[in-house]
Design a protein around this ligand. Structure first.
Ligand code: GDP
Ligand code: MG
Length: 163
């Protein structure tokens, strides 16, 4: 596979909703042996004539942050290994959580492109709320509403540039 972007982040931020909007075709799951690999969805997408693969992570991880911290850490480490770019999705409804801080800490060390995506920015008040995510120390972010597609064009323009 080439031009791979992985979507990471804690449960319920909206990774799968965005993944489903993005993909045109779901690939077969390559490896059903490892639990970590099984917990990922692969799809193909295209933007401005450039094809890329998308990995949605953490499909089976449900529940509270603390219980699954180790699982999410594994998903992030795998994404860092496997992907050419990483989308780190956070949720403006919840704001910054301790697990977001943990993930940000891992990603600040990564030399591959890391794209911070603030999701659920469905109205203008939420654009103001989104500003707090500068505190994650990852620089600029893209504010999107993955459910209705708001802001996703700018995000994808950027993605295909860095891939
Ligand atoms: P995942 O666990 O990160 O894969 O998150 P999901 O894609 O399963 O979404 C978790 C919840 O957030 C669901 O109830 C979605 O409907 C909701 N959600 C996803 N995207 C948006 C969005 O752009 N705006 C709002 N308001 N809710 C969203
Ligand atoms: Mg999911």
């Amino acid at each position: 596979m080439n031009n791979i972007v992985a979507i990471v982040g804690r449960p319920n931020v909206g990774k799968s909703t965005f993944f489903n909007r993005l993909i045109q075709r779901r690939d077969a799951i390559v490896d059903s042996v490892s639990g970590v690999t099984r917990d990922r969805n692969y799809g193909k997408s295209e933007w401005n004539g450039k094809e890329f693969s998308v990995i949605d992570t953490g499909g089976y991880i449900k529940g509270s942050d603390d219980i699954f911290e180790g699982e999410i850490r594994k998903q992030v480490e795998l994404a860092i290994d496997e992907a050419d770019a990483i989308m780190f999705m956070v949720d403006v409804e919840e704001g910054i959580t301790p697990m977001d801080e943990e993930v940000a800490k891992l990603l600040r060390k990564v030399t591959k492109p890391v794209i911070l995506v603030v999701n659920k920015v469905d109205n203008s008040k939420r654009h103001t709320d989104a500003l707090e995510f500068y505190n994650l120390g990852l620089g600029e972010y893209f504010a999107i509403g993955g459910m209705n597609g708001t802001g996703t064009g700018d995000l994808l323009d950027h993605l295909v540039k860095v891939l």
